[in-house]
Ligand binder design. Structure first.
Ligand SMILES: Nc1ncnc2c1ncn2[C@@H]1O[C@H](COP(=O)(O)OP(=O)(O)OP(=O)(O)O)[C@@H](O)[C@H]1O
Length: 274
């Protein structure tokens, strides 16, 4: 998926949020979007999801199935959890049985009959996650997914992200809380001064040093960054050993998910024969 010369502002009189920004995301990439408050992280996520249209520039090779979970799920809707998710499954053309499976996995099966407006912030957030996950996304976009989640779901979400990435999905996350910071192979892109630039492994972004979050300046050749993903990049003071393991096809996803959850970098070297 390629973002080229992307410029965006919310209206003709509004300041530019991004100017001629660039980004390349490859299958299996898990990318964290970082940056000072108000610089445009959520805006970029909505642009990637196709919910906002670039003012100029383009986004190419976007996967067909997109899952997007907003920072704040709009819970003021006159539906129960089940009714809402069944409706979303119908819209997406997804088997409604997946609703139960995902609600179970995110620890919210007991909430299915509850009206959306009665949910706590964390539970409402999970509804947003389920609707994003229930049809296998080729592109999964999560805006602050860890905010307000219970400990069990916070631990489960990196596993879910690892599984989607293993199957070749692109995952893009904004995560103030740093829950994904130790995710093996995590790429990090910073939105700052209307540009997107990739941070090297271990490089910290400085949240309080933005000089101009958004200004009225137009697209004037802001920097862009394109690099090729390297799936195995976990650094370690002791060094890294590459271990080859032959696994039956039926066990690959499960094993890769468990190893990732334990903090190991996993790359699937050979696609199973069809
Ligand atoms: N719908 C909108 N209409 C006009 N301006 C908007 C809209 N949504 C966001 N903005 C403005 O765009 C800028 C970027 O907002 P955005 O929410 O993308 O930043 P952010 O980096 O995600 O912020 P935070 O770190 O606080 O979540 C801000 O100045 C914000 O006020």
């Amino acid at each position: 998926m390629r973002v080229t010369n992307l410029s965006f502002r919310y209206g003709r009189r509004e300041p530019w949020i991004l100017t001629e920004a660039g980004l390349t995301l490859s299958p299996g990439d898990v990318t964290e979007i970082v940056g000072p408050n108000g610089t445009g992280k959520s805006t970029l996520l909505r642009l990637l999801a196709g919910l906002l249209r670039p003012s100029t520039g383009m986004i190419a090779e976007r996967p067909d199935v997109i899952g997007y979970a907003p920072e704040r799920f709009p819970a003021a809707q006159p539906f129960t959890v089940t009714a809402y998710l069944r409706h979303m499954a119908a819209v997406q053309g997804t088997d409604p049985r997946r609703i139960g499976e995902w609600c179970e996995r995110l620890g919210m099966a007991h909430l299915l009959r509850h009206p959306l407006p009665d949910l706590s912030k964390g539970s409402a957030h999970k509804v947003g996650l389920v609707q994003a996950l229930m049809r296998e996304p080729g592109l999964l976009i999560l805006d602050e997914p860890f905010a307000g989640l219970d400990a069990a779901t916070r631990a489960e979400l990196p596993r879910i992200i690892g599984e989607i990435s293993t199957r070749g999905g692109i995952v893009v996350v904004s995560d103030h809380q740093g829950d994904l910071r130790s995710f093996p192979g995590l790429r990090r892109h910073e939105v700052r001064n209307r540009a997107i630039s990739e941070l090297s492994t271990g490089e910290a972004h400085s949240p309080h040093t933005a000089t101009d979050p958004v200004t009225a300046a137009g697209p004037v050749g802001a920097a862009s960054s394109d690099t090729t993903a390297s799936p195995v990049t976990a650094g370690s003071p002791e060094g890294v050993v590459v271990l080859e393991v032959a696994v039956p096809v039926s066990k690959v996803e499960d094993l890769a998910g468990r190893l990732r959850a334990e903090g190991h970098a996993v790359r699937i070297a050979q696609e199973p024969a069809k």
